[in-house]
Design a protein around this ligand. Structure first.
Ligand code: ARG
Ligand code: ZN
Ligand code: CA
Length: 239
């Protein structure tokens, strides 16, 4: 077992419309979802099929809100080139990214819910970006991505997780032994069992592409992969 790790979080709200200037309650609701999902206290974990039940993990990673910044911008969408992370581009620089998870909440555009930087990238752009209407569970939200799972998914990437299907064909690995092979993303709310690559897909994993209401677990193997980057001497050990 591992000691519980608590990751402090800065949230940078960058808004053009007043709706995009999301409330403190909306931010708090997202921190709550992160804690529930990573500690497996999410109320929908009872939907995990028996086949996968003993692989479901309490990652022993939790989150606490360290602070919020709010910045008005004339810009209406930010894309995925990290401009929101640079004050020189009208964005907001990350605060102490070696020691804090930075989350920028701003309109990305192009139908993109969120994106993340994997461990090992430049500290100047380290963290995750999520659109305001996909952040948290109350306030300015857009179904079916209104249960805070976009941030759970992006923080999974930030802690080194790949998509469950390995972004390729059946044998393309996500480097996690207990997540079954798949050759595609799943969308919507797939019924169980959904079978590709001669085994049942773990469609209810946070690292698939299903609707928020239909993802409710990390696996033990994913936990080990995330915990590895938090170990002393590893890449995110200062968090
Ligand atoms: N497309 C994004 C990514 O690959 C996030 C997908 C989040 N899915 C969700 N159901 N909230 O990082
Ligand atoms: Zn992803
Ligand atoms: Ca796997």
């Amino acid at each position: 077992d591992f000691p519980v790790v608590t990751i402090p979080v800065y949230v940078h709200v960058i808004y053009n419309t007043s709706q995009e200037n999301i409330s403190e309650a909306q931010i708090d609701s997202q921190i709550q979802v992160l804690n529930d999902d990573f500690r497996m206290t999410n109320s929908d974990s009872n939907q995990i099929p028996t086949e996968f039940a003993d692989r479901a993990a309490d990652t022993q990673i939790q989150f606490t809100l360290a602070g919020v910044t709010r910045t008005f911008s004339e810009r209406t969408s930010w894309g995925t080139r990290d401009d929101m992370k640079r004050s020189s581009q009208g964005g907001v620089d990350p605060i102490d990214p070696a020691n804090y998870l930075n989350i920028w909440v701003c309109n990305i555009g192009g139908g993109i819910l969120g994106y993340a930087q994997f461990p090992g990238g430049s500290l100047d752009t380290d963290g995750v970006v999520v659109g305001p209407q996909f952040f948290g569970t109350q306030g300015y939200l857009a179904a079916p991505f209104n249960e805070g799972r976009t941030t759970t998914h992006e923080v999974g990437h930030y802690l080194n997780l790949r998509h469950i299907w390995g972004d390729g064909r059946c044998r393309q690995d996500d480097f996690v032994a207990d997540t079954p092979d798949s050759d595609r993303a799943n969308y919507g709310c797939p019924s169980y069992p959904t079978n590709h690559c001669k085994s049942n897909d773990m469609t209810m994993n946070y690292m698939d592409y299903v609707d928020d209401a239909c993802m409710y677990m990390f696996s033990n193997g994913q936990k080990l992969r995330m915990r590895a980057v938090l170990e002393p001497g590893s890449i995110r050990s200062d968090l």
